[in-house]
Design a protein around this ligand. Structure first.
Ligand code: SF4
Length: 362
């Protein structure tokens, strides 16, 4: 068995250390690219959401590298994510790629079925080894997210433009060649130290923009045209509450262990959206409210065309914008999105924020 998994931002780092520590053979598909998207678009239904098309492209490219089994996190609930596992299976089967799909989730709370899938994955079941590997992978996911947040702070303040991007990009490439959690932790620490060395303008007070929306398109920088880097290099500090480690800790682990979750966004979203409608719509609304209360200058919502939960959030956001007096830009992505038009909209939004700031006493 040779495993593979879909790309979504830095999830490949978490998946890689987990599989390394479990001693499972795997291959990482190439980073999301035009060729992969073209393959996915060719074989997925036209109206499928963009992440599914990108995933299919990942699998085909990984199959060509020898993968025969796919590891994904499963989901349930009102949006299409709950069907992803079955859709992946049937699309690949229809086009002649014989690949098995293992969904890492608690299937309807059935712990025995969960264990069966882990056994299949690890070729046996060593509980201690499994717990240690999952703990290390979760810690690494958290450290990588913290490092991303450190980049959000340094980038707008750096004196030599491009320094943060150079270090961070170098980290992402080097991470592919690390084996196991120990090596990865060492690389993270070295990169962290290097980032702290970047010379910054301590007096510069950047504008702040919160990124909200559907998890895949907000997290995966190859899909959102590196929005966080673009804004950072324009002198804007960004923040994004939805992260890979947040997904693992809040949605997977705390749910499975019945631990209390951080639900501040649910409380904040309540006047506008009082129920979970799938995807991250509640987070989008709740985090927009929280960012506005926190004095952020603007919000950018990103989501894939036809994403059902985010379409609902999009229809609610004008009310939040009016009530909280915060500008919101919505960017919708699909395989036809052109980079130039996308960037023009982002630049126009930043101009608007600059003008508003000029009118505000800070
Ligand atoms: S959240 Fe949106 S993009 Fe993701 S699976 Fe659901 S409908 Fe598709």
């Amino acid at each position: 068995m040779k495993l593979t998994f879909p790309h979504m931002g830095n999830t490949y780092i978490t998946a890689k250390v987990l599989l390394d520590d479990l001693g499972v053979d795997y291959t990482i598909p190439p980073f999301n690219n035009k060729k992969g998207l073209e393959l996915g678009t060719k074989y997925a239904p036209e109206s499928a959401c963009l992440p599914l098309k990108i995933n299919i492209g990942n699998y085909i490219q990984a199959y060509e590298q020898g993968a025969d089994t796919i590891l994904i996190t499963g989901g349930c609930g009102p949006c299409r994510f709950g069907y992803y596992c079955e859709m992946h299976r049937s699309i690949l089967r229809d086009i002649g790629y014989e690949m098995d799909v293992i969904a890492l989730e608690l299937p309807n709370g059935d712990f025995r079925e969960f264990i069966r899938r882990i056994r299949k994955l690890a070729g046996g079941f060593d509980l201690v080894k499994l717990i240690r590997a999952m703990k290390n992978a979760t810690q690494i996911a958290k450290r990588v997210d913290d490092m991303e947040k450190l980049c959000f702070k340094i980038r707008p303040r750096e004196v030599s433009k491009g320094s943060t991007d150079r270090i961070y990009k170098g980290f992402q490439l080097k991470a592919q060649n690390c084996t196991g959690s120990c090596e990865m932790k060492k690389l993270i620490q070295e990169t962290w130290d290097e980032l702290l060395e970047v010379e910054t303008d301590k007096h510069f007070k950047p504008m702040k923009v919160g990124i909200v929306g559907e998890i895949y398109t907000t997290i995966d920088s190859n899909t959102n045209f590196h929005i966080e880097s673009i804004l950072g290099n324009m002198g804007i500090e960004v923040d994004r509450e939805v992260t890979v480690s947040g997904w693992i800790i809040e949605h997977m682990l705390k749910n499975a262990l019945h631990l209390p979750r951080d639900l501040r966004y649910v409380e904040a979203a309540k006047p506008y959206l009082g129920t979970m409608i799938g995807g991250h719509a509640q987070e989008t609304i709740g985090n927009t409210v929280l960012y506005a209360k926190d004095g952020y200058n603007g919000i950018i919502q990103i989501y894939p065309l036809t994403c059902m939960p985010e379409i609902v959030a999009d229809s609610i956001l004008p009310a939040v914008q009016r009530d909280m007096d915060i500008p919101i830009l919505t960017l919708i992505l699909d395989e036809m999105t052109g980079e130039a038009g996308y960037l023009t909209r982002v630049e126009a939004f930043v101009d608007l924020l600059n003008k508003r700031r000029g009118m505000t006493v800070i």
